[in-house]
Design a binder for this molecule. Sequence first.
Ligand code: ARG
Ligand code: ZN
Length: 467
Amino acid sequence: IGTALATVLGALAGVPAAAPALAAPGNPGEPRYTAGAPSAGDPYFPDQGNGGYDVRHYDIALSYDPATRYMDATTTITAAATQDMDAFDLDFRGPDVTSLTVNGHKASFTRAGQELVVSPRPKLKAGQTFTVVASYAGTPPVITDPDGSIEGWVPTDDGAFVPGEPQGAPAWFPGDDHPTDKATFTFHVTVPDGVTAVGNGRLVSKTTAGGRTTFVWDQAEPMATYLATVTLGTFTVAESVTPGGVPVYTAVDPRLATQSAAAVARIPDILEYFSSIFGPYPFGSAGAIVDRAPDVGYALESQTKPIFSSAPSVGTMAHELAHQWYGDAVSPARWSDIWLNEGFATYATWLWTEHTGGATAQQTFASSSNYGRAATSSFWQVVTADPGPEDMFGNVPYNRGAMTLHALRGKIGDAVFFKLIKDWVAGHRYGNASTAEFVDAAQKASGMDLTAFFDVWLYQKGKPASW
Ligand code: ARG
Ligand code: ZN
């Protein structure tokens, strides 16, 4: 999924895409084996993603002991080759690889930075489905982002907090770490008895033997790698079902039970409200993980199970649940499109606030932390649709992104706007979409030329004065 796009992005970023396989003169149709590209070509994270194949499924089996911080893991990747291929890259920053096979044959590999370069023998033909089995053991790393925050595998006092946006997934499993290559996932996590391991999707089984418990989680809808988690620790678990029939699994650090109770209790209401305006909840399960990871300091919309590094407010809960539609079901085509995640999730909380009797979206739009900011504020100097890797989780994609949506709503009217954002999810769920596609969809839905509108809100610096 996404290799054509990756090739285009690669060309844009000047990253060499793998040469097309040409038929050999005199030997028409004979395979020409080349190496898959080492990158998806996203300029924000040029090492991310790879070419030459699409991942279909990750099966990640790991055991982890919080006391020693030691992980022992085997990841099985099922993928389809998109070219005749004699080598391909996986993104991996985890511990020592102890064995690696492709289609059951031992494969040689090298590691450099986050690239794990695999040379399969026999070589792979375009269209062929293949299986990579990689085993590794040791302590998975904490990864530092361009904005200084941490992600990857973050040890806590009773387990590990596991966020992966935008580049943490390779800390604990090898793969194609760009949002454009979505896949289904199964996790088998073995931890000491008393520890609960929570993954994306549905809990398939929980079995105990010899002092250890194995949790099996299955994420049946396609998921971007950055949304994978197996956050583990001492948790109080509760299971329920929303009025709309979605099972909800919550895991809460008992030390945060009181502080987080109000936000956790609102999950069904928030999901019902968002379903009414954004369309049906896009996944077969929902939930939340409330943990204590003070060095992380942010929450993340891990698919079906947003993770919170401290007790969330109701607003933060609403933000992460809104991401299930905008971010998770529909993911950015490249990281510069991050406002499509953060602007939508922020706008969703404005709508939730109004829905629950607080400030109206118009009041929030006009407030001093939004449009009310002085024109001289440095806030207006970051471009919404290209904030750069250091500011991708700064105020602008969130607040100017939400302002863009509110201004658009004013411009095209409520009926067209709400149909547009609902159709956006229906049309792109389980895939990716870009800012250009959103602009196009808004113009088609409204029948208006919105070039100048989107130019001032998304592509130009400066406080929009009229639109
Ligand atoms: N997407 C998350 C949220 O707003 C924020 C992730 C921040 N990650 C980071 N590495 N700074 O819900
Ligand atoms: Zn967000």
